[in-house]
Design a protein around this ligand. Structure first.
Ligand SMILES: [Zn+2]
Length: 600
C-alpha cells in the first residue's frame, strides 16, 4: 500500500504529462501484480498455522486476528480461522494456541550480544542461599557443557548461607559434593570478595595440586584432618589453579570461546522471546565472527550491529563493512556506528548541564571530544550508517542533538532544499539511553527524527537512587521521559542493555507500563507508556530504529515469521500479573526455536 500512495502523490505533484502517464501505468501494474500475488497466496499451502488464540499483529488496521499461516519462513496470511483454513494441507503443522496470545518476536533495541553470552559463561552465585543450591547450579551447567570445559562461577558468600555445608572446614565447603556432580569438568567458583576460590577434584588434578603442594607466600590451601586439600584456596593460593585466562588463550581457543558466547547469548534470547537484537557496539574481529556464523547459517537470531572502534580503525575499515546488510537470510546487518559521549548516572559519569545534586563539584564525564564525535558521525553519514551515540546526562544529550542538527543542516544545504529540521535523506540517527533530558530538548527528538533507544527496566532499577543524583525537580522534569518524547513524535526503541539488566523483554515491558520499582513504589508514573506503545517499542518501532520495518515488527503477509507465544495476555491481564507471563514458544523464520514445554 505504501508504494501505491507514493505513486498517487507522484501523480498529484508532477506536472509532466509523460510522467503522469508513466505513473498511471505503474499504478495499474502494481494493482495487477498485487491482485495476482493475492490470488497466488490464496492457493498456497502453509508449512505451519497458528490458530485458536489472540494474535496481536501490531497493525492499526486489523490489530488482532485469530489465525496465521506461515510458508517458507514468512507470513503467508493472517485472518480469521475461516480465512486461514484454506491454507491448511496435509503437510501443514498446526500450532494450537489454546487461547494464548501471539505477538511479533521481541526486538531488543540495545544490548551487548557477546557480553550477554560471556556473562552466561560464569555462573552467578550471589543469590544462592546455601551450598546445596550452588552444587545444583553446577550440576545444571554440566549438562550444557562439553566434557573437559571449565565451569566458572563467582559471587558465593558462606556468611549469607542459611546453613553451614554438611562437610566443611572453617565454614567452607569441601570439594566432594562438587566433584561428584562434575566429574569431567573442572570447576572454579570465586568468592564474592575475590579473596578465595573453591574447586573440584578435576580442577585440582589439572593444576597438579595434591597433599604435597606447599602453600605459596601470601596464600593458603585449606586442608582437612588428613592434610588433604579441601578445594578452597585463599588469597595468592588461587593462582595455583590452572584456569585458562583469556589473555593467555591461543587464537583458536579464543575463537572457540567467542562462538560459545554467541551460542549462549542466542539461547538466552530465544528462551525469552527475543528474535532480533540490536548489538550496541562490537569490534571488527567480533563482527567477523558474527558474519561467519550468518554466512554458514549457524546464527539462530537476527542481529543488527553497531561497530565500536576508534576513528582511525573506522577510517581504514568501514568501507569494507558498510554494505554488509541482511546476510544469511536476514541474520546479520551492520547498521550503525557507536560512540559513547558520557558515562553512567550511578557512577556520576553522566555528563550534566548542572552539577550533581549529591556532588556539587561534579558535572560528570565527557569521554570523547566533540571533534572526535563529529568525525565518526561524518563517516556514518558517508557510508549511510546510523550514528548511535551513548548519551545519558542532559548535557551529553544536548551536545548530540546540536551536532546532529548541525550536520543535518549541512547535509540539506547540499541538496538546496529548505527543510527546517529533518534532513532530506531519512537518516534515523539514534541516541542510546537518552536517559536524562533538559525539558527544552525533549521536542527536538521528534522534530529532528532522532530515535531515543531507551531501556524501560533501567528506569525502575535506577529509580530508587536517581533522586540523590539529580534532585527531585530534575528527576521529575527530565528522567526517562517516555511519554513526553512519544507525544512530540519521537519513536522509541525499547530494550534492556543486557547483560547490564536481564534481557527479559517482559520485565522491561512491565517497567515501561507501570514504572514500578522493586520496592513497590512508582517512578513518576505519568511518564509511563501505554501497553500499545510499549508493545510497539519492542516490535515495529524497534524495527523502524534499524530500517527493518519492511521485514519485521508486525505480523502481516510477506514479513518474516518471527513470532512469540506467551502464556498470558500481557495486553489485557492486570498489570501486576504481566511479569507472570512466560514465553511458551519462540518462532524464528517459521521454525520453532524454543519451546518451554520441551525445555522444562
Ligand atoms: Zn549499552
Amino acid at each position: 500500500m505504501t508504494d501505491f500512495c507514493w505513486n498517487l502523490e507522484f501523480v498529484r505533484y508532477n506536472a509532466d504529462m509523460q510522467k503522469i502517464i508513466y505513473s498511471t501505468m505503474t499504478i495499474v501494474a502494481l494493482v495487477l501484480s498485487v491482485g495476482s500475488a493475492h490470488a497466488q497466496n490464496e492457493k498456497q499451502t502453509a508449512d505451519a498455522v497458528l490458530r485458536n488464540g489472540i494474535i496481536y499483529t501490531v497493525r492499526d488496521e486489523q490489530p488482532t486476528v485469530e489465525a496465521l499461516a506461515i510458508r517458507k519462513g514468512r507470513i503467508l496470511a493472517v485472518g480469521s480461522e475461516k480465512d486461514i483454513e484454506k491454507h491448511i494441507g496435509e503437510s501443514t503443522t498446526i500450532i494450537d494456541l489454546n487461547g494464548r496470545m501471539a505477538i511479533p518476536g521481541f526486538i531488543e533495541g540495545h544490548g551487548h550480544f557477546v557480553g550477554l553470552g560471556e556473562a552466561k559463561m560464569n555462573l552467578d552465585l550471589s543469590t544462592a542461599s546455601n551450598w546445596g543450591e550452588i552444587v545444583s547450579m553446577v550440576a545444571n551447567a554440566v549438562k550444557r557443557t562439553q566434557p573437559g570445559e571449565w565451569i566458572v562461577g563467582r559471587g558465593w558468600h558462606q556468611e549469607k548461607w542459611d546453613e553451614t555445608p554438611a562437610d566443611s572446614v572453617e565454614g567452607f565447603p569441601t570439594h566432594h559434593s562438587l566433584s561428584e556432580v562434575s566429574p569431567k569438568n573442572p570447576v572454579l567458583l570465586t568468592h564474592a570478595s575475590g579473596h578465595a576460590s573453591c574447586c573440584n577434584a578435576m580442577a585440582m588434578d589439572i593444576s597438579e595440586i595434591s597433599g604435597m603442594t606447599k602453600d605459596p607466600p601470601g596464600g593458603e590451601i585449606l586442608r582437612d584432618d588428613a592434610k588433604q586439600p579441601i578445594g578452597v584456596f585463599r588469597e595468592t593460593a588461587q593462582g595455583l589453579i590452572a584456569v585458562p585466562r583469556v589473555e593467555q588463550m591461543s587464537a583458536e581457543q579464543r575463537a572457540k570461546r567467542l562462538n560459545r558466547a554467541i551460542d549462549l547469548a542466542t539461547m538466552e534470547c530465544l528462551s525469552k522471546g527475543v528474535t532480533s537484537f540490536h548489538d550496541a557496539g562490537s569490534t571488527f574481529p567480533v563482527i567477523d565472527a558474527l558474519i561467519a556464523r550468518a554466512e554458514s547459517n549457524t546464527l539462530s537470531i537476527r542481529l543488527w550491529v553497531m561497530v565500536r572502534e576508534p576513528n582511525e580503525t573506522l577510517e581504514s575499515k568501514l568501507s569494507d563493512y558498510a554494505s554488509v546488510k541482511r546476510i544469511g537470510e536476514n541474520r546479520f546487518t551492520l547498521g550503525g556506528v557507536k560512540v559513547s559521549l558520557d558515562g553512567a548516572l550511578g557512577a556520576r559519569g553522566a555528563w550534566l548541564l548542572e552539577p550533581y545534586s549529591d556532588s556539587a563539584q561534579s558535572t560528570g564525564l565527557q569521554l570523547v571530544t566533540m571533534e572526535q564525535l563529529e568525525t565518526a558521525a561524518r563517516m556514518a553519514m558517508q557510508y549511510s550508517l546510523q550514528m548511535c551515540v551513548h548519551a545519558i546526562g542532559d548535557r551529553a544529550n544536548r551536545e548530540v542533538l546540536d551536532l546532529y542538527e548541525r550536520l543535518y543542516h549541512k547535509f540539506d544545504d547540499a541538496t538546496k532544499e529548505a527543510h527546517l529540521y529533518r534532513p532530506s535523506r531519512d537518516l534515523r540517527w539514534r541516541v542510546e539511553h537518552a536517559q536524562h533530558l533538559h525539558p527544552d530538548d525533549i521536542p527536538r527528538f521528534g522534530k529532528l527524527g532522532v530515535i531515543p533507544a531507551m531501556q524501560g527496566v533501567h528506569c525502575t532499577s535506577d529509580g530508587p537512587w536517581v533522586f540523590k543524583r539529580l534532585g527531585d525537580a530534575r528527576a521529575r522534569s527530565g528522567a526517562y521521559m517516555w511519554r513526553d518524547l512519544l507525544k512530540t513524535g519521537a519513536i522509541i526503541a525499547n530494550g534492556t542493555d543486557a547483560p547490564v539488566e536481564d534481557v527479559d523483554p517482559i520485565a522491561s515491558f512491565h517497567a515501561s507500563v507501570t514504572r514500578q520499582m522493586p520496592n513497590g513504589e512508582t517512578f513518576f508514573p505519568g511518564q509511563s507508556m501505554s501497553r500499545q506503545q510499549a508493545l510497539r517499542s519492542y516490535t515495529i518501532d524497534a524495527a523502524y530504529a534499524a530500517f527493518e520495518e519492511d521485514i519485521k515488527g508486525t505480523l502481516e503477509s510477506g514479513k518474516l515469521a518471527d513470532i512469540v507465544v506467551l502464556s498470558k495476555d500481557i495486553m489485557q491481564c492486570p498489570a501486576d500479573e504481566i511479569r507472570d507471563a512466560k514465553v511458551d514458544m519462540t518462532i524464528l523464520g517459521g521454525e520453532v526455536v524454543f519451546s518451554r514445554l520441551s525445555a522444562e
